[in-house]
Design a binder for this molecule. Structure first.
Ligand code: ADP
Ligand code: MG
Length: 262
């Protein structure tokens, strides 16, 4: 049983507060969905959990199994079993998918690494995701379409076997068939591994395949409403505006003071 706890987290970039007193706990076996308007801070949240150093944590903590990970590097967090499928996956020129994954999987568990079974698993997973096997030997995301990049993120997830999975708009750029393949495979991984999933999305379509136990609405860097999957339908029907109107944006003065005093 693993847990990721985000406690009173405030984060800024260029003196602008993006996450404002954010709280959330996710545990093994649970699927949480975060929905919210553009600019709410959803991608920032996922990147800060993963350890992106461009963002400055000015208050609060992030705990994996009750131990703070704030001082850990991206690699260390990844070795703990935290994985992020980014909203816009980057190209890594000159490094093939296979090499990239081999290095990542090897560095995670050197003692049990077996090259042949790694390759077999990589090919089988590519087949399962309907990723052309040629892609395995191409540069990471080099010349990949938006949808192919998203599938490649799911391939990485399968190979790295994370315990906490963060999916930032994994559905964007996917056609209906790919959406189904991606959604069903993520759910199958979740059921087998009992991992925790945090899925960020705008659309119910993805949540038809990845059924959330909890749904959170995020506005202006904080969760303004939580509920079960019925909240998704409410949002589809009414949009974020009604929820937004109810949210009280807490004063950021205290945080600004912290910034000014540095
Ligand atoms: P969401 O994913 O919910 O659409 P983001 O987390 O991408 O929102 O962005 C939240 C806010 O933070 C936006 O106003 C965005 O412009 C700002 N922001 C995010 N990252 C950066 C950055 N690297 N530099 C400057 N502003 C940023
Ligand atoms: Mg985003």
């Amino acid at each position: 049983m693993h847990s990721l706890k985000i406690k009173d987290l405030s984060v800024c970039i260029d003196n602008k507060i993006i996450l404002n007193n954010f709280n959330l706990e996710i545990k093994s076996g649970e699927v949480h969905a975060i929905m919210g308007p553009n600019g709410a801070g959803k991608s920032t949240l996922s990147k800060v959990i993963m350890g992106d150093e461009n963002y400055k944590v000015i208050n609060g903590d992030i705990l994996f199994d009750d131990v703070s990970i704030l001082n850990m590097s991206v690699d260390e967090r990844s070795h703990l079993g935290i994985f992020l499928a980014m909203q816009s996956p980057m190209e890594i020129e000159g490094v093939s998918n296979a090499d990239f994954l081999r290095t990542a999987v090897f560095s995670k568990d050197q003692d049990n690494f077996k090259l042949l079974s790694f390759i077999k698993e990589l090919e089988n997973t590519a087949d399962k995701l309907k990723i052309n096997r040629d892609f395995i030997h191409r540069g990471v995301n080099e010349g990949f379409s938006g949808g192919e990049r998203k599938k490649n993120e799911v391939l990485q997830m399968y190979m790295l076997k994370p315990k906490i999975v963060l999916l930032d708009e994994i559905d964007s750029g996917l056609d209906v068939d790919s959406l189904k393949i991606v959604g069903q495979n993520i759910t199958s991984y979740q059921k087998d591994s009992k991992c925790a999933i945090l899925v960020i999305t705008h659309y119910q379509r993805l949540l038809d395949y990845i059924k959330p136990d909890f749904v959170h609405i995020m506005v202006n860097g904080t969760i303004v409403k939580s509920g079960d999957s019925s909240l998704v339908k409410e949002i589809e029907k009414n949009g974020y505006e009604k929820v937004e109107q109810k949210s009280e944006i807490t004063s950021t003065c205290i945080v600004k003071d912290i910034l000014n005093n540095e």
